[in-house]
Design a binder for this molecule. Structure first.
Ligand SMILES: [Zn+2]
Length: 376
């Protein structure tokens, strides 16, 4: 790489893929930047560089300090690293396994060295990164299956603006639990099927539509298909329960069932979990608070342990659900059968509720699912 003479360091950031030799330096920046419960290990860094060197991008500045083991007088001040997954959303497994044929780029870290923070390096790195991925996709031999289709990352809410500024959109709470703070998923859909200018021109000639109108039509189609996703309404408090149930009085007593379809609450997922009318409302006594598991929604009172909690109870088997996933069996700390947490089958979001091994009942926590908005 050639450096301009007399360059002022930050005006001349150069971007380049990180070689094996720079991995320890990148790891040093990571360790200085993330709390201990979130930082990756050096071993993980070495693996990522080996598995996906084309996704490990560094930001370098000119340095006069002689550097041992390298002929280049440059210094690493930031980096982005990622691996590939075939999943369209970030889960623990899509973050831990590199799938070489996957088209989702899962970003693990975006980092600038502490001494170079607040100077727009992360934003410049992200823009450079996205532009390289888009270019690699545009150059894919097979136009129908481009190399990369989307870029995914998880962030804490305080970095939302940074990523939005770089072109990412906010998806919602993430299923990933890593460290103590909740994570949110953000993504950038790459323009995979973006027609070339000449294709747009050819199409518009055929249809006698001016190219600019054609572009506008395509943009409006794209946004209306985004709007078509079911939106899940969440309960902001249990006082709203009355709005989402149907009460039936009969000689057998009063039953309260779910008035609306229950959906995965994650924005961008909205997977149908249970049809309306399929579950009954119960106020479930909580003997063992472990059944509540963890979930990544932000809660206003995370530490209070309720004595009972409103749940949709589903019986007598999991076939009643339209879609449901289960965690591995977890032993209870007190006596009793092992528990399994209920998860979204599509995106692993959870926990949405619980069941016990061998039990015919499944408890879905009312405040952890979305309610399909009424068709208007
Ligand atoms: Zn989901």
């Amino acid at each position: 790489m050639a450096w301009p003479k007399g360059s002022d360091a930050l005006d001349d950031i150069a971007f380049d893929l990180i070689s094996e030799l720079d991995v320890p330096k990148a790891f040093e920046i990571e360790s200085e930047s993330y709390p201990a419960d979130e930082a990756a290990t050096l071993d993980a860094f070495v693996q990522r560089q080996k598995q996906a060197p084309e996704l490990f991008l560094g930001a370098y500045i000119h340095s006069d300090e002689p550097k041992s083991g390298s002929s280049e007088n440059r210094k690493l001040i930031g980096y982005i690293c990622a691996t590939l997954s075939s999943s369209s959303t970030l889960t623990h497994s899509s973050m831990s396994t590199h799938e070489p044929n996957g088209t989702s780029v899962c970003i693990h870290s975006v980092c600038a060295a502490p001494a170079h923070r607040r100077r727009g390096i992360a934003t410049r790195l992200l823009k450079e990164y996205l532009s390289r991925l888009q270019q690699a996709s545009d150059e894919s031999e097979n136009k129908k299956s481009p190399k990369y289709s989307r870029v995914l990352l998880i962030a804490h809410d305080d970095l939302r603006a940074l990523y939005e500024n770089a072109g990412f959109e906010w998806v919602g709470p993430s299923a990933v639990v890593h460290g103590a703070r909740p994570w949110f998923e953000m993504r950038k859909l790459l323009d995979a099927t973006r027609p070339t200018d000449s294709e747009v021109e050819a199409a518009s000639q055929m249809l006698s539509i001016p190219p600019d109108i054609m572009q506008a039509l395509q943009a409006s189609l794209a946004s209306s298909s985004r709007r078509a996703r079911p939106t899940a309404r969440l309960l902001s408090s249990n006082a709203q329960l009355d709005e989402v149930l149907t009460v039936t009085d009969s000689s057998a007593g009063t039953t309260k069932v779910n008035k609306y379809d229950l959906l995965c609450p994650r924005l961008g997922c909205g997977c149908l979990i249970l049809k309306s009318g399929a579950a009954q409302l119960v106020d479930q006594d909580i003997v063992n608070q472990e059944v509540l598991g963890s979930h990544s929604q932000v809660s206003s009172s995370p530490s209070s342990t309720p004595a009972s909690i409103p749940c949709w109870i589903v019986e007598p088997n999991p076939m009643v659900f339209e879609n449901i996933g289960f965690s591995k069996s977890v032993p209870q700390s007190t006596e009793g059968p092992k528990m399994k947490y209920l998860l979204c089958a599509d995106c692993d979001h959870g926990s949405l509720g619980w069941t016990f091994e061998g039990d015919t009942r499944f408890w879905v926590i009312c405040s952890r699912v979305g309610y399909k908005a009424q068709d208007t």
